[in-house]
Design a protein around this ligand. Structure first.
Ligand code: PEP
Ligand code: MG
Length: 589
């Protein structure tokens, strides 16, 4: 038995056979014979056709599960596979150099991937990854190997991978994937956020472990404790089967909380909103008992897109969410592109929009900084939001700017919004003028100047994922420093306190939308600090409601006062965990 520890990112226990994704080693013969040239060329074309059919199938699955815009990711793969240049070059190597089709495909596609890798920026590096993927598919077809395809699983397995991209994560079929674990990734990386949205037990950031495991080995993924247990001994397996059952039972009990009113035991309403990445998740959020959408991460509209989303693409996505929400509120965050997220289209076509070598992407050209440079794209998005908001009641659609780090930046963004309103007026196009305009507080400077910001914004939303990263100087996606990423750090509590006080002084609402608010141990603290709205991963809503209904405001204030008095992050987190155990022993944490 081998136990590997990583970062728990999505709760639950999964037990089953391991399935190693993307870890195959493919050996190929280099030369064919002259007499086999024609049949080898035919073999190459048959393999290429089969690969195209595979990609089309994936596209269909993604279309069905996440919507057509998402399926478009595979459209790009298809274009690459069908490019006449690829066929010509492979054929030429087979004919002229007597290469086997396997070796010819490798030669050509490795050269393409190398060119893309050398271009240096994140987008091109991802294209190199796509080319490698195409190469593996072709080789598997040519060698008659069983394809290792996420969308093609037919039996329930645990997916173990070095890394899963957000698009690979989103293509996991829930009936066949019981959970997943990866060598890299951090607690608030986008793959982790998607794991939560899919409600799959998941552990990331384990470090190298795939070489110690084979497909088919029995594995346990413990998404509560962040452990992966390989070939467990009988006693451990029995223990886990029991705890899996307990988790299911307590989850089923919590399900009854979905419809419960989100009030504390002494009658204070706490607004529970959901975080979404794709329009299809809006319904899911309501099913879980959310009262609205507190964070719609619109940058996911760019995932896999080869061209800038059009105003209609934006408009259709926002209408879908607004319609699903009825008269509930929707906070649409303008694109937070760059860093660990979706690269900009600008960076895809011109290296000037995003420097090829960005030494520190999280501190580089990201988010609102990109929007304010690419005014055309920013205005397109704002036009679409304002037009779509016409289908909602006044002020039900809120526009939120991400990564605001100075007053000047917020004012500039707001000015662009007003310009867009003038343009729409001039064009005689109907839109909603009554939209609330707020900002994410996720850069320490924004928290420090919260009083000044509060005089100008309609609302605050505290993004703890980035606030922690920037305050404690810890990359949120890097497992090597994950022990320094402490949500309960006194510096973080101090900054939240400053934001809440400023919001209170100016009578504006403040939400916490980072992962901190999805963790039930922080709920009494946040309420005690004066937070009355949180926006969370939808699957955590029933559990948060169950905790909420046990709390009273004086009790939360006492908990917050004690936590804020403690000097060390570990003391804060241990204390809050202990309090949660007392408040809700049935959660079994
Ligand atoms: C955050 O930073 O806390 C946040 C909610 O934004 P994102 O996770 O999308 O960066
Ligand atoms: Mg953020």
């Amino acid at each position: 038995m081998l136990v590997k520890r990583g970062i728990a990112v999505s709760p639950g226990v999964a037990i089953g056979p391991a399935w190693l994704f993307g870890a195959e080693r493919l050996r190929v013969r280099h030369y064919t014979t002259k007499s086999a040239i024609e049949s080898d060329i035919a073999r190459f074309h048959a393999a290429l056709d089969a690969v195209c059919a595979e990609i089309e199938k994936n596209q269909q699955i993604a279309n069905e599960q996440l919507g057509e815009q998402y399926g478009a990711i595979f459209g790009a793969h298809l274009l690459m596979a069908r490019s006449p240049q690829l066929s010509d070059e492979v054929e030429r190597l087979i004919r002229e150099k007597i290469h086997t089709p396997e070796h010819a495909c490798k030669q050509v596609l490795e050269r393409y991937a190398e060119v893309f890798r050398n271009l240096g920026n994140q987008y091109h590096a991802e294209r190199a990854h796509d080319i490698n993927d195409l190469q593996s598919r072709l080789l598997r077809q040519l060698l008659g190997l069983q394809r290792q395809e996420l969308g093609d699983l037919t039996k329930p397995v645990l997916v173990l991978a070095h890394n899963l991209t957000p698009s690979e994560t989103a293509s996991l079929k829930k009936e066949f994937v019981l959970g997943f674990a990866t060598e890299v990734g951090g607690a608030t990386s986008h793959t982790a956020i998607l794991a939560g949205a899919l409600e799959l037990p998941a552990v990331v950031g384990i470090g190298e472990f795939l070489s110690e495991i084979e497909s088919g080995d029995k594995v346990i993924i413990d998404g509560n404790r962040g452990e992966v247990i390989i070939n467990p001994v009988e006693s451990v397996l029995a223990e886990y089967l029991e705890s899996q059952q307990k988790f299911r039972t307590s989850y089923a009990v919590l399900e009854s909380e979905r419809a419960a009113e989100p009030f504390t035991a002494d009658g204070t309403h706490i607004q529970l909103l959901g975080n979404i990445e794709f329009p299809v998740e809006a319904e899911h959020c309501l099913e879980r008992g959310a009262e609205g959408i507190g964070l719609y991460r619109t940058e996911f509209l760019y995932l896999g897109a080869e061209t800038e989303p059009t105003e209609d693409d934006h408009y259709n996505a926002y209408c879908q969410v607004i319609q699903a929400l009825g008269d509930r509120e929707v906070v649409i965050r303008t694109m937070d592109l760059g860093a660990d997220k979706v690269p900009t289209i600008g960076a895809r076509s011109s290296d000037e929009a995003q420097p090829a070598e960005m030494p520190n992407p999280a501190l580089g050209l990201r988010s609102i900084r990109i929007s304010l440079q690419d005014l055309k794209g920013f205005k397109t998005q704002l036009r679409a939001i304002l037009r779509a908001a016409r289908h909602a009641l006044p002020r039900r659609v809120k526009i939120m700017f991400p990564m605001i780090s100075s007053l000047y930046e917020f004012r500039q963004a707001k000015m662009v919004l007003h310009d867009v309103m003038d343009d729409l007026d001039e064009a005689g196009l109907p839109f909603q003028r009554e939209v609330a305009v707020g900002m994410m507080v996720e850069v320490p400077s924004a928290a420090i100047l919260a009083e000044e910001f509060a005089a100008e914004v309609d609302f605050f939303s505290i993004g703890t994922n980035d606030l922690i990263q920037y305050t404690l100087a810890v990359d949120r996606g890097d497992p090597a420093v994950s022990s320094f990423y402490r949500t309960g750090d006194p510096a973080i509590l101090r900054l939240i306190r400053m934001v809440v006080t400023a919001a209170d002084n100016h009578n504006i609402p403040v939400t916490v939308c980072g992962q901190m608010s999805s963790d039930p141990k922080f709920l009494p603290l946040l309420i005690g600090m004066g937070i009355r709205q949180i926006s969370v991963t939808p699957h955590s809503i029933p559990e948060l409601k169950a905790v909420l209904r046990q709390l009273t405001i004086p009790q939360c204030k006492d908990i917050a006062a004690h936590a804020e008095w403690l000097g060390l992050s570990r003391s804060v987190e241990n204390y809050l965990q202990g309090e949660l155990r007392k408040i809700c022993p049935q959660l079994g944490r």
